[in-house]
Each structure stands twice: as structure tokens, then as C-alpha cells.
Design a protein around this ligand. Structure first.
Ligand SMILES: N[C@@H](CCC(=O)N[C@@H](CS)C(=O)NCC(=O)O)C(=O)O
Length: 222
């Protein structure tokens, strides 16, 4: 299998964690932001990464979007499973995955790029890095007002995740699932931000454990 990705993207990390958890061999191709559209749009009709090319006879040629990639992996190789056979738990898992994807992964992006352009500029002050950060901020409309909204959304999310992860090893039910993988991947960029490191040690401990379980190198900062 071939995973088309941006090496630093937290959504691509989510797909890698799932591939690693299922012990599926794959290769990655790192694309250049901006130019990636030339390759990706004709394949999926979308502009986003990750995209998985299974390259296996009888399987779909192309799968875009991290959630659909995990659905495919689950049907291609059901064990170990990231889904639930219990229907209410499966519904809860898919709803939480969607909330993490659509709301919290985006909020993390806003807070992370705001940090990298300001307080965290020293992480990589080079012109090329700051140019990329500037382009991302413009593309997504990242500014003081939108970052404040994103920070509030993250606060609610962290309260909910703390509640669930401190009660049990798993965010839903009694087994490791797509929800644990999604939260670990999409919140991992916060590991570089001192405020979150100080306030949420439990989060980074769990992110570290999940990376180990999925044989994925730790994210920057951990
Ligand atoms: N819902 C998508 C979101 C993926 C996403 O936002 N990817 C970003 C990188 S973190 C991307 O490809 N952005 C480039 C673009 O939108 O042109 C998924 O889960 O795969």
C-alpha cells in the first residue's frame, strides 16, 4: 500500500497510526503542500491528504480522507479491530471520530499555527518555515479572533477527553478504537505548546502510549 501524505500533517498521522496498529506494511510518498493538488485532485476529487492507494488486485484503487481509509482498513484486515460489534458503541465511536475530525483537528491546527508564528517562532524561525506557516494561516483564516474560538473549543474537548481517559484506558467501551487513534493523532501537535504540556500531562502520556501500541514514532515535542 502507498500512503500519500504531508509528513507533518496530524490527519496523515491518524492514518499511519491505524496502519501501524493493524501491522499493515505500507510505503509513504511525501507531497509538497500546494503542488499536491495536481496529484491528489484527479485521484479523489478532494484537495486533502491523506490518500491511500492500496495497490492490491480486487481492492479500490484510491481512498481519500482519513476516516474512509480506516473504514477500508477495517474491512481489508478486520483484526485487530478498531470498531465495535456493539451497535450503540459503534455509533458513539463514529460520532466522536467525526467531532474530532471536523471540529477538534481544525481547532488544533488553528492553535498550533498561531503558536508557531508567535511564541513558538524559535522552533523554526527560518524564512521558508515562516512562509509556509504564513500561507497556512491565510488559507484557513487563522487570526486572533478565530484562534480564540478554537482555544475555547479545545478546552471543552480536553475536559471531555480527560473525563473519559482518566476513567478508563479507552475513550469508548472496553477496547482500543478508532476514537483513541483519532484523538491521539489530532491533538498531538499540542505537544510543542508549553501551556498544554503543563495543564494536560495525562494527554501526552496517553498519546505516547498509543504511538507505542501502533509502532509509530512519537510526534515532535514528545
Ligand atoms: N477530513 C480530512 C481532513 C484532512 C486535512 O485537512 N488534511 C490537510 C492536511 S492536515 C490537507 O490536506 N490540507 C491541504 C488542503 O486542504 O489543500 C481527513 O480526515 O482526511
Amino acid at each position: 500500500m502507498l500512503l500519500l501524505q504531508f509528513s507533518t500533517s496530524h490527519y496523515c498521522r491518524k492514518a499511519r497510526l491505524a496502519l501501524g496498529y493493524k501491522r499493515i506494511n505500507y510505503k509513504v510518498e511525501n507531497l509538497t503542500p500546494g503542488l499536491h493538488i495536481l496529484k491528489v485532485k484527479p485521484l479523489t476529487g478532494l484537495t486533502t491528504l491523506p490518500v491511500l492507494l492500496p495497490q492490491i488486485a480486487g481492492q479500490p484503487a484510491v481512498i481519500g480522507d482519513s476516516s474512509r481509509i480506516i473504514q477500508f482498513l477495517e474491512s481489508y484486515q478486520p483484526a485487530p479491530s478498531l470498531f465495535f460489534t456493539n451497535q450503540p458503541q459503534q455509533t458513539e465511536a463514529l460520532m466522536l471520530e467525526d467531532w474530532l475530525d471536523e471540529s477538534i483537528g481544525t481547532a488544533t491546527r488553528f492553535v498550533y499555527y498561531h503558536f508557531r508564528a508567535g511564541e513558538g517562532k524559535a522552533i523554526d524561525p527560518s524564512l521558508s518555515s515562516q512562509m509556509v506557516i504564513g500561507i497556512v494561516r491565510k488559507q484557513y483564516g487563522i487570526n486572533d479572533a478565530t484562534v480564540e474560538l478554537a482555544t475555547n473549543r479545545l478546552e471543552t474537548a480536553l475536559a471531555e477527553l480527560s473525563n473519559r481517559w482518566q476513567k478508563s484506558k479507552y475513550l469508548v467501551g472496553e477496547s482500543f478504537s478508532v476514537v483513541d487513534i483519532t484523538a491521539a493523532a489530532l491533538l498531538s501537535p499540542l505537544a510543542l505548546i508549553p501551556k498544554y504540556r503543563q495543564e494536560c500531562p495525562w494527554l501526552f502520556e496517553r498519546i505516547g502510549q498509543i504511538h507505542q501500541l501502533c509502532s509509530e514514532p512519537l510526534p515532535p515535542g514528545l
